[in-house]
Ligand binder design. Structure first.
Ligand code: SF4
Length: 438
């Protein structure tokens, strides 16, 4: 057994960008207390699993990682935080070695909780009723594992209650972060060299609804003129928020990247209605058309769910045709999985898994074709690329992304990580465009 002076803490994070951000914030809490952050596979005194509960599989994976930590060091203090911990505290407390359960609040005190357990040996269940939360828990970060792009959490919670989704029950109602704290964090990250930031949240398009006087596009205007900030990207967006005002302002903000991930879920109005989504396929189509009017090269990516209860062949074909017509540049396909505690889990006409799988395969195939057709349009053009890293195993080929989020690789005799450089795009290889630095 390794005996060193500094206590070691290891993290494992499941789920979304918001969970990644929450983990970074908790890491800073431990670093401030003198802990050393080690990999999850290493020996540690404390293990924290930031759990996810979006599907049954994420619950199972969370439990697996908690058990793996206990096997790694049976004497370690193990903590479960995040969405599954928020909803399944009693289940998790039954797992050997678990001494701390913290849901989706109070994570800024996590190091104190661990120290209290070290002293008393008494497990702590710090989960409270998340539906009562009204203020955003400020957990600022000053650095990020990635070197070029910093993901910034600006919002928490969701009030939409889509019929298939468990998230509102795990994250609680919408809470927006103080815009001045966001401004300070962006300035801090730009000062240490970040050129690109991504605003994320559980329902980021709800930003400001609870605090008034500002909304998401207003927040972008607030940070747009920070010197040294080159690119602003957004996490997943709700179609209903992308109205005329949003598009007008977007067209005047050159640092706002022409890449929007706008969650669709289905292209059939009947399915959308049963999902509790608040737009029609036609309204969605118009939003994309309006975006393309102000930005010809805009990339629109999306999420589509297949096999939602009651989805007929006809409804699926509507979705397929819709996706093809809109010509997304990338689609993420999900098979519906019933989530206990959501209305849709009790809906009749659950779709058999082999039909879900067949529909998913068909849509993924379409998505691959559309993605290549989109990338193909840019061969022969010159694009600005923010280079992120040397391609693993290469000594002089670097990869990065264009403003509209196309992955590009190019050769350079010197280190161009975190530089924005013009590249002439020459040919496609799998999901990447190869180019020459101008
Ligand atoms: S918008 Fe719908 S799918 Fe997204 S987090 Fe909220 S309830 Fe879930």
């Amino acid at each position: 057994m390794e005996m060193t002076s500094k206590k070691k803490v290891a993290f494992y994070t499941l789920g979304c960008k918001v969970n990644q951000y929450d983990t970074h914030a908790m890491m800073e809490e431990f670093r401030d207390k003198g802990y050393e952050i080690v990999d999850f596979d290493e020996y540690a005194n404390v293990y924290i699993v930031n759990t996810c509960t979006v599907t049954n599989l994420s619950d199972r994976k969370s439990r697996q990682m908690l058990r793996r930590a206990h096997r790694k060091n049976p004497d370690a203090i193990i903590g479960a935080v995040g969405c599954y911990a928020q909803r399944g505290a009693q289940e998790l407390l039954a797992i050997p070695g678990i001494k701390l359960i913290l849901g989706n609040r109070d994570r800024h005190n996590i190091a104190e909780y661990i120290e209290r357990i070290e002293k008393t040996g008494v497990p702590i269940n710090g989960v409270s009723d998340i539906m009562k939360e009204r203020t955003f828990e400020e957990t600022p970060i000053s650095s990020y594992s990635e070197r070029t792009r910093a993901v910034i959490k600006v919002q928490e919670g969701c009030n939409q209650f889509c019929t298939y989704c468990i998230i509102p029950y795990a994250r609680g109602p919408i809470r927006s972060r103080d815009p001045n704290n966001i401004l300070d964090e962006v300035k801090r990250l730009v000062e240490v060299g970040y050129k690109e930031i991504v605003f994320t949240g559980i329902h980021v398009t709800s930003y400001g609804k609870d605090i008034g006087d500002i909304d998401l596009i207003g927040l972008i205007e607030l940070i747009h003129n920070i010197d040294g900030l080159e690119r602003i990207r957004l996490g997943s967006l709700e179609p209903t928020y992308i109205d005329e005002r949003f598009i007008d302002i977007f067209s005047t903000l050159p640092k706002m990247c022409p890449h929007f991930h706008i969650s669709l879920q289905s292209g059939s109005d009947k399915t959308l209605k049963r999902m509790g989504r608040r737009y029609t396929a036609d309204e969605y189509r118009k939003i994309v058309e309006n975006l393309r009017k102000v930005s010809e090269d805009v990339s629109v990516t999306t999420d589509v769910m297949v096999g939602f209860p009651g989805e007929t062949d006809e409804e699926f074909n509507e979705t397929y045709q819709f996706v093809e017509d809109v010509a997304f540049s990338k689609i993420h396909v999900f098979q519906y999985s019933p989530r206990e505690g959501t209305p849709a889990a009790r809906f009749k006409a659950q779709v058999p898994s082999q039909i879900k799988a067949a529909r998913s395969d068909k849509l993924i195939e379409l998505g691959t074709r559309l993605e290549q057709e989109f990338m193909d349009k840019f061969i022969g053009t010159e694009e600005k690329v923010l280079f992120e890293q040397l391609i693993p195993g290469s000594s002089n080929i670097y990869e990065g992304y264009t403003e509209n989020y196309i992955k590009v690789a190019a050769e350079s005799s010197h280190d161009i990580q975190n530089e924005i450089i013009s590249v002439v795009l020459e040919r496609m290889e799998d999901d990447i465009l190869l180019g020459k630095i101008r």
